[in-house]
Design a protein around this ligand. Structure first.
Ligand code: NDP
Length: 338
């Protein structure tokens, strides 16, 4: 049966302005890094995308290498886009990225203009799109001049292949430099995409070169912030409290930097268990509290979650109903995380 979005899809979601731009992003966005590849259940991920859009999640985040195999998530998303979402194109923000390994030879990864422009062309083809809303440089390249990578972003925006430019995984000093180059080129950076969760606080640490942290420099430059892996890939949920479920990200032993049993050994399950108790006192699930903890910071434009089912996504979306924390709760969280 063909998909038709529900009429009241904008009733509950909250939207936040992305930096100083004209774009507003949903508080919760959906990423397709995992769960949308060749091995995943197409029925489940189609339903998850429908649930997202029906609940006001207007932003889908992809990258050239998401799958597996690399490119697989864009192909799967493209199919669902053509079959279900095409009439809603103007209501949806689609992003993709380039930076990681895609094809052999010297032009298949990192940050050359050659790679970035070719990769976006390939992504557009895979998804069957005329343009993406946001094109990101996925990771800083130590060997390509930053000017060249930023000129590539500026170029694709001028060509109309992307509406906005973004950067991901850039430390604060490199981000400041990129913001300046993009601004001078006339294509201001829309957004930065770093990893951030209760278990990974690197964005809060001052960067030696600029004496500020990433949250501060992004805010000062009027750039939006979308944070990924807010649940630390599932560690910040109740799922691993009693072992490793076979259908979990760890249980499935996925490739491409996905969570492994080793990561589980590195965190203290007692800590997660104590956080889980706190979440229950707040009448939230652990996952909801972890997302709410990020959304309490107004500098964050959107929290970019993954989901292996539509029920999970709905659970995550509901976190927006309670993002207030008392000082005592915040103190307790820090105590637990210490
Ligand atoms: P999360 O930290 O949100 O982890 C998602 C996983 O957590 C799910 O697959 C599921 O695990 C579990 N989960 C999700 N919601 C719930 C819930 N409500 N209750 C219980 N468990 C839940 O994010 P990801 O690591 O998946 O990253 C999200 C997105 O961020 C990516 O898809 C991508 O778009 C982006 N990203 C960007 C990167 C970059 O370099 N720019 C790098 C990595 C991600 P399970 O499968 O076990 O059920």
């Amino acid at each position: 049966m063909s998909y038709s979005a529900i009429d009241n899809r904008y009733a509950e979601m909250q939207y936040r302005r992305c930096g100083n731009s004209g774009i507003q992003l949903p508080s919760i966005s959906l990423g397709l890094w995992q769960n949308f590849g060749e091995e995943d259940d197409a029925h489940v991920f189609r339903e998850t995308l429908h649930t997202a859009f029906d609940n006001g999640v207007t932003h889908f985040d992809l990258a050239n290498n998401y799958g597996p195999p690399a490119g697989g998530a864009e192909i799967n998303f493209g199919k669902i886009y053509r079959e279900d979402f095409k009439p809603y194109r103007d209501e949806i923000i689609i992003s993709t990225k380039a930076g990681f390994y895609m094809w052999p030879g010297p032009y298949g990864e990192w940050g050359s203009k050659k790679y970035l422009v070719s990769s976006l062309d390939q992504s557009l083809k895979r998804m069957g799109l005329e343009y993406v809303d946001i094109f990101y440089h996925h990771r800083p390249d130590p060997n390509t001049p930053l000017e060249e990578s930023m000129m590539a972003l500026d170029l694709v925006v001028r060509q109309g292949k992307a509406l906005y430019a973004g950067i991901s995984n850039y430390p604060a000093d490199k981000a400041v430099a990129a913001f300046k180059i993009l601004k001078d080129l006339g294509t201001p950076c829309l957004i930065h995409q770093p990893r951030y969760s209760m278990l990974d606080r690197w964005v809060e640490h001052p960067n030696e070169a600029v004496q500020k942290n990433l949250l501060e420099v992004v805010d000062e430059n009027g750039v939006g912030l979308i944070v990924f892996s807010p649940l630390a890939q599932g560690l910040l949920t109740d799922k691993y409290l009693k072992g490793i479920p076979a259908n979990s990200r760890i249980g499935r032993q996925l490739p491409n930097g996905a969570l492994t049993e080793k990561n589980l050994d590195q965190i203290s399950i007692q800590k997660v268990s104590a956080l889980n108790d706190m979440a229950l006192q707040r009448h939230q699930t652990m996952a909801q509290m972890a997302i709410a903890w990020l959304l309490k910071d107004k500098r964050i434009s959107s929290v970019l979650v993954g989901a292996s089912s539509s029920a999970q996504l709905l659970n995550s979306i509901t976190s927006i109903k309670n993002i207030d924390f008392s000082d005592e709760e915040l103190k307790n969280i820090e105590e637990i995380l210490k």
